[in-house]
Design a protein around this ligand. Sequence first.
Ligand code: AHR
Length: 495
Amino acid sequence: MATIKVDLDRINGEIDKRMFGGFAEHIGRVVYEGIFEPASKLSDSDGFRCDVMDAVKKISPGTLRWPGGNFASAYDWRKAIGPVGERRPVIEPVWKSVESNLFGTDEFVKYCRKIGAEPYICVNLGDGTQREAMHWLEYCNAKTGTSMADLRAKNGSDEPFGVKYWGLGNEICGNWQIGHKDAKTYAADALEFAKVMRQIDPDIELVAAGGIHMRMGFDQIERNWDRVILEKLAGVIDHVGRHFYARKLPVSIDEEVKFRDFMSEPEWFEDTVSILRGEIDKAMYHMSEKEKRDIKITVDELGIWYKGFDQIYNLEDVLVAGGLLNTILNNADIVSFFNYAQIANVIGPIFTKDDDLFLQTIYYPLELYARLASGNALDLFINAPTFDTEFRKGLPLLHASASHDRETGVMTLFVVNRDPSSDIEADIINQNGYWPKKCEVHEINGPTLDAENSFENKTNICIMSKEVEIDPETTSFSYSFPAHSITALTLTLNG
Ligand code: AHR
C-alpha cells in the first residue's frame, strides 16, 4: 500500500508555457525525410510533411531547437538562404553526410510558425565566428535598412523573424565536438559572442552550453565545466543548457538487474538538475544585486538513447520517459523549458516512411504531459514500496508529479508504476478538502515490457481514457496503479 498526499499550497514552481519543446537537428532522417520532404505527396506547398506536423502540434512544442546539436558546430547558415536553385550541397564533417542546404533559416522559422513553436537557434561556437553569429541575428531580427535584414526581405520576409532564444554553441565540453574547448576558453568566447549579439538585439535570451550527463562513458568531460562557465557568464546569460540521455546500461547480464537500473534513470536526471541548480546558486551568491540576472536551466536535449539512430521504443522506455517528465515538473521553479531529442526518426517520438508514419511508444507520455500539465507544479508527499539498484537504494516504485491550474481548478496527478509485475494501490489524500465526485483516468500501458508500436500495429501502446466515480465527501480515495504503467488522474477541484 502507498500514500500520495496532494497539497495545492505546496508549489514547486510555475510550469512555463514554453516548457515542452522539440529539437530538430540535421542528423539522419530528422529534417530530411522527417519534417521536410518537398517531393512527398504528404507535404504542403512549403515542403513540410503535414502528417508529421499534426503529430508534432499535439506535443505542443513551446520551442524548437535547431540546427543542432553537434551539427551546429560546423554549420554555415549563409549557405542555406536565398533561392533554392542556387543553394549548393556541402560535405558536413559532423555526421559525415552531405547537407543539401534546402532547409535553412527561412524554412526553419516558417516551420516554427506553422507548429506554434518559438524558434531556438544554436549558433556555431565550434568553427564559426562572432561575425557569422552577429550577421545571423541581424538577418533574423533586424528591421529592414541594413544589409542582412534587406537580404532577409529579398528572400521573402520583410518582417523580422523575432527569434528570441539563441544558444551559445553546443556541447563544447565534449572532445567529439568540432571546436571543443576547455571551460575557461569557452566561457571567454561565449562572453564575447554574447556581447556582440546583445548589441544587435538586447531582447534575446541566451543559453550557455552547459555540461552533459550520460552515465558511464563521458568521463572525459571537464569536471568543473558548469562552475567555471557560470562564474564567467552569470549576469550575462538567461539559461544554462543541460543535456541528458537516459540509457539502458549493460550493468549486468541479468535482465532484471538491468531493468531496475534503467528505471532509476530519472533519479540520475534529478541529481544532474540539482547539481546544476547548486552551481547556479553559487555563482549568484558571489554577485552583487546590481550584477544579478536570473538564470534558468534549459534541458535542451532530453531523450532516451541506447539503440542507435532509428531507435524503436518499447513500454520500458515509456516508464523512463514518464519519470523524466515528472522530474522536469518537480523542478519547474528552475527548468524554463526542455527540448525533446529529437523530434522525428532519430531517437524521436515520430517515425516516418515515404507514405506513412507511426507514433512511437514514447510519443504518448510526451502528449499526455504536454496536454495536461499546466499552472503550478506541486510538491507531493509520496510513500511507496521501494526497489534497489546496484548504485542506489530505496527508490519508490511509484514515481510521480502533479500540476494544478488555479484558473481552471484542474489538478492532474502523474504516476509511473515502475513495478514490472505488480499493481500498487495508493491512498490519495487531498490536504485541502474533499475530492470531487469524478476523476478522469488516462493510462499508458501494454501487454509486456518489450511491447512496441510499428507501421503494422500503430496503437499497441497508446493512451486509454475513462472516468471513475469517487465517493462524495471524501478527502481520500484509493487507486490501484497497474504494473508497468503511467497513469494521469485529472480532478477538477474548485469548479
Ligand atoms: O541528439 C544527438 C546528439 O547528441 C547531438 O547532436 C549532440 O548534441 C548530443 O551529443
